[in-house]
Write a protein that binds this ligand. Structure first.
Ligand code: GLP
Length: 253
């Protein structure tokens, strides 16, 4: 795993934007996996205002809330449209986002795996991490070989979606599996903020375990984690990672 420690959130987004833009420059029809959450917002802002052409890029995404249609303001569809896709010149036939408003979730999950395979696999998958160590909606205990499937969300994850005075949108989701994510040729994990410092320590330096699904990234040959100082503060080898990246060497690649 390559660990890049940046000063703050803006620097994490700047560095991540450089990685995505460089990948698209090298391969204009890149298969790009998008992520939802607060963390990639600054990355998407930068991509929106960049000169990079996304017209041939093919898009997938990590997950979606169950029972929620693409127009719903809390849907991940809506999030990705408003933060990124509506602002880029994309070819709509290249946009394949998971839908939460399907009748048969198992079939939708299976079709999604087939669509990814048909596209030749994901070239670059953007990731964030939940404070319980989840990636996409692969909650602790998820099989490290899992494929796209429906998933019941944990209370700690649901807390993220609770709005005062409003009912929860959904207790369930459809998510790429850990195995699906691990099949991507490159992974770009973005992490920011002191509240993630504990889980960063666990997924980077702890044992690989389904208790912390993100720890499986330790098995990926091309995973880059761009982490800000606050989120990296509990890493045992923090100074080493910094020294290595400042000296342009790559950790573990
Ligand atoms: C959700 C998403 C994850 C995301 C996580 C962290 O649970 N399913 O893909 O990584 O939130 O979100 P944030 O970036 O807001 O901390």
């Amino acid at each position: 795993m390559e660990i890049i420690i940046e000063r703050d959130y803006d620097a994490v987004c700047e560095r991540s934007s450089g990685i995505v833009r460089e990948a698209v420059a090298k391969n204009p029809s890149l298969v790009l996996g998008l992520a939802t959450g607060k963390t990639p917002v600054g990355l998407y802002e930068r991509l929106r205002s960049s000169k990079t052409s996304f017209k041939d890029v093919r898009f997938f995404n990590l997950d979606e809330l169950y029972g929620v249609g693409p127009e719903h303001p809390e849907s991940f569809h809506h999030f990705l449209r408003t933060h990124l896709l509506d602002h880029l010149k994309v070819d709509e036939k290249n946009v394949k986002l998971l839908r939460g408003d399907v009748k048969d979730l198992e079939k939708a999950a299976d079709d999604y795996e087939k669509a990814i395979a048909k596209a030749g696999g994901i070239d670059l998958q953007i990731l964030g991490i939940g404070s319980n160590g989840h990636i996409a909606f692969n909650e602790p205990g998820s099989s490290l070989g899992s494929r796209t499937r429906p998933k019941t969300l944990t209370d700690e994850t649901l807390a993220q979606y609770r709005r005062p005075g409003k009912e929860l949108v959904s207790n369930f989701a459809i998510t790429m599996g850990v195995g699906t994510i691990m099949d991507a040729r490159r992974l770009l994990m973005m992490v920011s903020g002191a509240s993630k410092a504990g889980v960063v320590r666990e997924f980077v330096e702890g044992p690989v375990s389904s208790e912390i699904p993100a720890s499986v990234l330790q098995f990926h040959a091309h995973a880059v984690c761009v982490i800000d100082e606050a989120a990296a503060s509990k890493l045992k080898r923090r100074d080493y990672y910094k020294w290595v990246s400042e000296n342009k060497w790559r950790v573990g690649q």
